[in-house]
Design a binder for this molecule. Structure first.
Ligand code: SF4
Length: 348
């Protein structure tokens, strides 16, 4: 059977991705799915290149939201040490160090439900300073109110991260302090302000395959789809409500990456939280399935991340190289974002 045969798993030209078509992709024989995803990857990217990112937490913990996976939620006793918003000079010091180490983009994350205008003004100052260093900028600050996306854009913000977390119909099982529509509203404001989006979700939270397909369906049918799509594997942190649930089959995670690649062929599909617990072999399968971006460094928000040396060794064994600075803005980046703080799994 040709992996390019005309069937229900091909992208419909006009109607967007339907749930059944995405489920048909998930149901392909594993080797056929991998071949399809690898072909899509190679048609759109140099498959030997992986974008490398790290992340600076500018404000950690103490979040009023109740995301059931998150150690930064103040209501869960996870032993996390919170820290308040860093000063602009502290952030710029980290940005200068990142630039000296070769960074081209610097990302800042804060564990807020929704920043106040005065907090946006402080972050805008950081963004302007980072931008003045000649770095690309990205931020994840929570839900944005009217005018805040414009203020961030005016300060020089290039990318805004805001994850959907999961399928619309499963969202209420995981988060009760905000609605799925709130996420879409913020993303709309980000787009309207002229910024690019980094938007994905978390799998392994007890959702069904149909719900994993539902998450990818919403992402793929955005107009345009997000430029970056983090696929997080749940990290079960003691003290959070999702600690102790049944773990997702690793091959199902790989299938999710492959389907994400097929339905969003031009996006950077990013392995994010949960990578530390993956074997080298599983990561290799994810790269084969079309993942082409990773977070790099000692910590991914508040969860562990494979150390730099292990990543370097893995790249060498797989003949992978860091993705260079893109020729066209928005297509690919070599990111270096100093590592500490709140999670890439954090949807703040
Ligand atoms: S994921 Fe983000 S919004 Fe949710 S509790 Fe954690 S820091 Fe707060």
């Amino acid at each position: 059977m040709s992996v390019f045969a005309s069937d229900s798993t091909q992208h419909p030209a006009t109607a967007g991705w339907q749930r059944e078509a995405i489920l048909s992709l998930f149901a392909l024989p594993f080797n056929v799915l991998m071949a399809r995803a690898a072909s899509v990857h190679q048609a759109n990217f140099d498959a030997t290149q992986v974008q490398v990112s790290t992340l600076l937490s500018i404000k950690t913990g103490g979040c009023p939201e109740d995301c059931a996976y998150c150690p930064q939620a103040a209501r869960y006793d996870t032993g996390l040490s919170a820290h308040k918003l860093m000063s602009t000079e502290q952030v710029l010091e980290r940005a200068r160090a990142a630039k000296a180490a070769g960074a081209t983009r610097f990302c800042m994350g804060a564990a807020w439900r929704s920043p106040k205008d005065r907090e946006v003004a402080k972050v805008a100052e950081m963004i302007a300073g980072v931008k003045a260093l000649g770095l690309e900028t990205c931020a994840t600050l929570g839900m944005l109110k009217d005018g805040q996306a414009d203020a961030l854009k005016a300060a020089g913000l290039d990318y805004y991260n805001h994850n959907l977390d999961t399928a619309p119909e499963f969202y209420g099982e995981v988060i009760h302090t905000r609605a799925f529509q709130d996420r879409l509203d913020t993303l709309e404001q980000v787009r309207a302000a002229g910024m690019k989006t980094c938007c994905g979700g978390i799998v392994g939270m007890g959702e069904t395959r149909a719900q994993r397909a539902g998450l990818l369906q919403v992402l793929a049918n955005m107009n345009p789809p997000p430029e970056s799509v983090p696929i997080n594997q749940l990290v079960q942190v003691p003290g959070t409500p999702l600690h102790g649930i049944e773990a997702l089959d690793p091959f199902e995670f790989v299938r999710t990456v492959a389907v994400a690649r097929i339905v969003m062929p031009r996006a950077m599909v990013r392995l994010s939280a949960g990578r530390e617990s993956m074997s080298d072999e599983m990561q290799a399968l994810c790269f084969l399935a079309g993942a082409n971006s990773i977070f790099y460094g000692e910590k991914l928000l508040t969860t562990g991340n494979p150390d730099v040396e292990r990543d370097r060794a893995l790249f060498a064994r797989l003949d992978l190289v860091p993705m260079p600075v893109p020729q066209e803005p928005g297509t690919a980046h070599l990111d270096l974002i100093a590592a500490t703080g709140p999670g890439a799994a954090c949807s703040a």
